[in-house]
Design a binder for this molecule. Structure first.
Ligand SMILES: Cc1cc2nc3c(=O)[nH]c(=O)nc-3n(C[C@H](O)[C@H](O)[C@H](O)COP(=O)(O)O)c2cc1C
Length: 231
């Protein structure tokens, strides 16, 4: 999966306001926050790995959280363009998914690039403040390229009904970002499983109450007229 909407880092107002940093700074607020969560602190002290397993030990020179931060900042490429996408596809040789498309013209270019799927995404609203929501952009992208490439969607998917609505508007797949992280923060790996189970169950029940047993038969007829975005 190649992310297209992170060629530079957006201005993340809440992160700036809260002083988010990697590694975290031992400020008074952070220490007070930690003091109110002794069980979490205890579990974190006992955890065998607090690093990114796919980076530490693989990337030369990245051996602590500070060097990870520096390395990450060096990974943004403001010159990323459609030729690079084709180059990545050729070198990779496998299926390529393009993440971060909101616009019909970009979706057509994604088809031309030879990608196998695209994800309608505004990066969870974390990149461009004021960007269109993914669910709003989805029908236009589906109308532009729906049959030529798989169209997926992420952003704001918190429940099984959100998955159902995205499917109803033409997304063949959906993804979760924060819903998974909320589970992870609350209960670790078991919490991620739980989050997926909750979404799965809600999807199942919502489909049943809409009179469906097969996700492939879902279309916009399950939505109330006038309540959903159109192309
Ligand atoms: C903490 C956090 C880190 C993220 N890091 C990345 C990243 O490195 N690359 C990327 O393509 N998207 C990243 N995303 C965006 C997600 O992949 C996804 O597009 C977004 O979270 C979907 O919206 P949702 O959180 O409402 O489900 C990140 C999201 C969060 C919340």
């Amino acid at each position: 999966m190649l992310t297209l909407d992170l060629q530079i880092l957006g201005q993340r107002h809440r992160d700036l306001k809260n002083g988010l940093s990697a590694p975290p700074k031992p400020t008074l607020i952070n220490l007070l926050d930690l003091a109110t969560k002794p069980r979490w602190c205890w579990n974190m002290l006992g955890t065998p790995r607090r690093q990114f397993g796919n980076i530490f030990g693989h990337v030369k020179g990245v051996d602590d959280m500070s060097s990870l931060g520096e390395w990450t900042n060096g990974q943004f490429d403001p010159t990323l363009n459609w030729n690079d996408v084709e180059w990545v596809k050729k070198r990779w040789g496998g299926k390529l998914i393009l993440k971060g498309i909101q616009d019909a013209e970009d979706a057509r270019l994604a088809v031309q690039s030879g990608a196998d799927a695209l994800i309608v995404s505004n990066h969870g609203g974390r990149q461009l403040d004021g960007a269109e929501s993914s669910i709003n952009a989805l029908p236009g992208v589906v109308q532009a390229v729906g049959k030529q490439i798989e169209v997926h969607m992420d952003g704001g998917v918190r429940s099984g009904q959100d998955v159902l609505k995205a499917r109803a508007l033409g997304a063949q797949g959906t993804y979760i970002g924060r819903a998974m992280l909320y589970g992870l923060g609350a209960m670790g790996e078991a919490g991620v499983t739980k989050a997926l189970q909750i979404i799965h169950k809600e999807l199942d029940i919502s489909m049943a109450l809409c009179g469906h047993t097969d996700i492939n038969h879902i279309d916009h007829s399950v939505l109330l007229p006038g309540t959903y975005p159109t192309a």
